[in-house]
Design a protein around this ligand. Structure first.
Ligand SMILES: [Fe+2]
Length: 375
């Protein structure tokens, strides 16, 4: 086993919670420890349905990741994200890999579509075993891999079974759309947001990441003490997501929205500069982004009586149906990218929007599925 002395791990210290009175969104919580009980599972399916047809976000407890493992992952994420730039550069995704759609390693410094202050390190679940990680991660890769697989094969699997219950589909049929090993793009991510300079804050309207919908099936994130995530609620108002230690936050992406004909919503959300008392904090996060099988057609699931009964069995985009791989490629070029930061209007003389650089599709002016308050 490699020594940890030469590559020490830094301790991540959570930032103190914000004392500001923020307008928090009320999210449904699923306690997954109730999953194995038949009655509990049925209640979870009802809550799942409510959360994903209304706010599009929920929290998860009882997920099976202990506080110790959670803390160790946060230490690893913190150490990874605070490496000096010259060390990060050694593990950056190369332009060739990027062209092939391989989404692994650090992002290119100051890469297209992001602030310089946003950085992340992606680990593909089904990537090449040969890929080299920064040395401090090596002694912990076995544990980290266990966490990645737990999120995919336990947490995501349970979410898919709840989805099958909501759609009245055989669970095996739904699980077959997300077979372990058949997605080349699902990944686990360490991420950080360093404070934006005054100038960058003004230029970007205080948006670290403008309003957007995620791309895949589920986005699962470890909750973060630095408040910055805002969700567009069902009345068309951006609300903050509150920090609750050791819960996970889950939202659905556009693949699942398209697979359910819009019954489940890929809710718009964004990352803004934190409240005044957390403005100088480094925001470190851990994410898992789930994806369907590469060759799955992203259209309403055919064998759901619920989608048929409720009229959600028509494609949301009648002009084109992509496979998961094709869809993600189109997303890279701006397909179905919304523009909803209407509460922070853009002044061409003051503001810029690096997020939309190089898009070849036009911007979505409305959500794919109608939201009261936005039309
Ligand atoms: Fe997102």
């Amino acid at each position: 086993m490699a020594s940890t002395i030469s590559c020490p791990i830094s301790k991540w210290i959570p930032a103190p919670s914000s004392k500001e009175r923020l307008d928090y969104i009320q999210l449904v919580n699923l306690d997954l420890s109730r999953f194995d009980d038949l009655e509990g599972r049925q209640e979870l399916a009802r809550d799942f349905y409510k959360a994903f047809t209304e706010e599009g976000f929920l929290t998860l407890s009882g997920h099976g990741i202990s506080e110790e493992v959670w803390a160790q992952q946060m230490d690893l994420a913190y150490t990874t994200m605070t490496l000096p730039p010259e060390e990060k550069a050694l593990y950056e995704v190369t332009p060739e890999e990027d062209k092939q759609g391989i989404y692994a390693g650090f992002k290119e410094a100051g890469g297209k579509g992001f602030h310089r202050e946003i950085d992340f390190y992606n680990m593909l679940l089904n990537g090449s075993k040969e890929r080299i990680h920064p040395p401090h991660l090596n002694p912990y890769m076995e544990e980290t891999r266990k966490v990645m697989l737990h999120v995919r094969d336990d947490i995501q699997r349970k979410l898919l079974i709840l989805l099958a219950m909501c759609l009245e589909m055989p669970e095996e049929e739904l699980l077959a759309t997300h077979k372990p090993g058949l997605s080349s793009s699902e990944y686990y991510r360490y991420m950080s947001y360093s404070p934006l300079s005054e100038e960058a804050t003004i230029k970007s309207r205080g948006l670290f990441m403008p309003g957007h919908a995620d791309w895949g099936t589920f986005s699962i994130l470890f909750s973060q003490p630095v408040c910055a995530l805002q969700v567009l609620d069902k009345t068309g108002v951006f609300k903050w997501v509150e920090y609750i230690p050791n819960v996970m936050i889950v939202n659905i992406g556009q693949c699942l929205e398209l697979l359910t004909g819009g019954l489940f919503r890929a809710t718009i959300h964004r990352v803004v500069t934190p409240p005044q008392d957390q403005k100088k904090e480094l925001r470190v996060g851990i994410f898992y982004f789930s994806r369907p099988n590469d060759d799955l057609l992203i259209e309403p699931l055919r064998n759901s009586p619920v989608l048929r009964r409720l009229g959600f069995d028509k494609p949301l985009d009648p002009n084109i149906t992509y496979t998961a791989t094709g869809f993600l490629e189109a997303k890279k070029n701006g397909y179905l990218k919304p523009d909803f930061d209407f509460d922070r209007p853009r002044d061409a003389k003051l503001h810029s929007d690096p997020f939309r650089e190089g898009d070849s599709f036009s911007v979505l002016a409305k959500p794919l599925v109608a939201v009261p308050g936005i039309s």
